[in-house]
Write a protein that binds this ligand. Structure first.
Ligand code: HEC
Length: 126
């Protein structure tokens, strides 16, 4: 019981949780007019898909400077405005968006399976 209390205290004090809660507020106030969550593409892409495809850092940097990164992210033009938010708010909103999907595209096992097949073939050749 004592251990559980310590664990709960630690969790409550984790900046990660605070970030997600603060990030949701940033999302609602600044992003929701153009980005839905699970509502499909609006002006910008659905954040559920962004959460699945992108690393947290990518989301943060894109939100900070969409003009600089639009091409690198595969867009032919930049339609997202540069928003006047604090660094911490970009961090929080990226944390929140990233938390929407715990399973990420890069976690797929396929590449691992392909790699092990290749390894087997190499072994057979030897
Ligand atoms: C005025 C509309 C608008 C607002 C407000 C807006 N965005 Fe966007 N966002 C877009 C559009 C449109 C795109 C698609 C790329 C482009 O055309 O610039 C985009 C793309 C993105 C991407 C890249 C998606 C990807 O993975 O390819 C991220 C990340 C993002 N926005 C985050 C945010 C965050 C975070 C906020 C709020 C703090 C926000 N956006 C507010 C319109 C908007």
């Amino acid at each position: 019981m004592k251990r559980l209390m310590i664990l709960l205290t630690l969790l409550a004090g984790t900046p990660l949780l605070a970030d997600v809660v603060a990030g949701e507020k940033v999302y609602k106030a600044n992003c929701a007019i153009c980005h839905t969550i699970n509502g499909g593409s609006s002006l910008g892409p659905d954040f559920n898909m962004v959460s699945y495809k992108r690393y947290k850092e990518e989301i943060e940097y894109y939100a900070k400077d969409p003009y600089a990164l639009a091409e690198a992210f595969g867009y032919s033009a930049n339609a997202m405005p540069t928003l006047p938010l604090e660094d911490q708010e970009f961090k929080d909103v990226a944390e929140y968006i990233s938390s929407l999907q715990p399973f990420k595209e890069w976690m797929k096992k396929e590449t691992v399976v392909v790699k092990s097949k290749e390894n087997n073939q190499i072994k057979k050749e030897e």
